[in-house]
Design a protein around this ligand. Sequence first.
Ligand code: DQA
Length: 145
Amino acid sequence: MSKVLVLNGPNLSRLGAREPEIYGNASWADLVSLVENTAAKLNLAAEVRQTDSESELIGWIHEAIDSSSDVVINPAAFTHYSYALRDACAMLTKAKLRLIEVHISNPHAREEFRHTSVISGVATGVIAGFGIDSYALALQQLAKS
Ligand code: DQA
């Protein structure tokens, strides 16, 4: 069974309560259920994690490399400025593992600082703007090959 780490950055545990007009009404628990149910149907061994810590997130990317896991990542605000996370993601894709960057909102339709992703240039692909369904779309893509 193909392994996938589904990693989430800062403030995403507040889903449902945090700016619902932007991120929707689905809660963090709803997101975890959606990912677990979708992964089970697709025969993927997925594990969902969230952290507010850049260091922990980078450690999880290292773990994915060492365990040959693909990654779905919503880097949240780290998307826009974390060169350290980008460097970790670059190691993963250079190791021929896949990394799909996902966003719940469409950052390109929001404030200017969100238009830059330092992660996209080293990602396998990017899915944004479909609410929590962005994660299901990413898993469907990983299940194809
Ligand atoms: C986000 C978009 C980011 O700009 C923001 O900092 C987030 C969430 C999204 O999923 O839409 O925390 O990654």
